[in-house]
Design a protein around this ligand. Structure first.
Ligand SMILES: NC(=O)c1ccc[n+]([C@@H]2O[C@H](COP(=O)([O-])OP(=O)(O)OC[C@H]3O[C@@H](n4cnc5c(N)ncnc54)[C@H](OP(=O)(O)O)[C@@H]3O)[C@@H](O)[C@H]2O)c1
Length: 289
């Protein structure tokens, strides 16, 4: 399969480029320097240039809080860009994998969300990503929507790096303990995307590492594995830590369809975190672009 990865400078995009190449698929990656996908000419030009069999669409506006202010930018990058790419794929018969998010769900379900549950986002980022899903799910070419959550991976900004930095700067760090979800290691998810593409799977999938935690428990594990006293991470509530964008209280994604397909589920997030921290310790200097 010839693969074109969008958003290749992002944490998932770069992991996808590496995973598809390592699996023997000729893979190219593009990002904003190669063209803004929200512009109507960009997607047809890139598809004509790279002639992919599948586009793995990781490019997105991912600043959840800033999106509440920069509504037009987020809408263009997440909904309009995906509409443009979907149309170009439909025109050429190219398959598409669209990366989406737990934030398309409201977060009020106690035990999380299955693939077929109705979308009802509670913030603008979620609205704009849901708009991308709508553009993809009507396609007649093979399509996948893969929702994931709480991503960490090789890149300059993520929750793991933020907690490590705060632990280096402050005696204690308060982290919200009333939002639950599934941390996901970008290289693990990229491997899953390869398997889904190779299986020719179609439809909506949930792809996260196994296990559920709160941001507080996630942060404590980052401290513990990093050799810091976990007690320095203190629990707080969402109300104590107001943000411009509302967050779902429960954004657990249940991966029922993966299990049914027999495409291996991902390992526990703690194992993945240990591997990532080990990698960070060995590569921190060179990892930051
Ligand atoms: N991060 C998470 O926790 C999370 C959770 C659930 C789902 N997801 C989804 O997973 C995917 C990958 O996320 P990520 O964390 O790897 O994202 P990321 O690190 O923010 O990377 C996204 C890349 O897309 C580029 N981009 C933005 N707008 C573009 C446009 N209009 N045209 C072309 N490229 C554009 C960005 O460039 P600039 O940086 O220069 O803007 C960036 O390099 C996204 O679809 C995201 O919605 C992420």
């Amino acid at each position: 399969m010839r693969i074109l990865v969008t958003g290749v400078r992002g944490q998932l995009g770069r992991a996808c480029r590496d995973a598809f190449s390592s699996a023997g698929h000729p893979t190219a990656g593009v990002d904003l320097p190669e063209g803004d996908l929200a512009e109507p000419d960009t997607a047809p030009r890139l598809i004509a240039e790279y002639r992919p069999d599948r586009v793995v669409h990781c490019a997105a506006y991912t600043a959840v809080d800033r999106a509440e202010e920069e509504r037009d930018l987020a809408l263009a990058a997440n909904t309009t860009a995906t509409e443009n790419l979907a149309a170009a794929c439909a025109e050429t018969g190219c398959a598409i994998t669209y990366l989406s998010t737990d934030y398309v769900f409201p977060g009020s379900a106690a035990d999380g969300y299955g693939e077929a549950d109705p979308r009802r986002p509670v913030n603008w980022y979620g609205e704009t990503k849901a708009g991308g899903e709508v553009a993809v799910e009507v396609l007649s070419v093979p399509w996948q929507i893969v929702r994931t959550s709480w991503l960490f991976g090789h890149g300059p900004v993520n929750f793991v790096r933020t907690i490590r930095r705060l632990l280096a700067e402050r005696p204690t760090v308060a982290v919200v303990d009333d939002q639950r979800g599934c941390p996901t290691y970008a290289p693990d998810l990229a491997g899953l995307l390869v398997r889904l593409a190779e299986a020719g799977a179609r439809g909506v999938f949930h792809g996260t590492n196994a296990g559920v935690c709160t941001w507080f428990a996630f942060a404590r594990e980052i401290a513990r594995l990093g050799g810091a006293d976990p007690e320095r991470i203190c629990p707080c509530t969402t109300r104590d830590y107001p943000t411009p964008a509302r967050r779902p209280a429960c954004s657990i994604l249940r991966d029922t369809r993966l299990a049914a397909l027999g495409v291996g589920r991902l390992r526990d997030w703690r194992q993945a975190l240990a591997e990532y921290l080990d990698w960070l310790d060995r590569n921190e200097e060179t990892a930051i672009p």
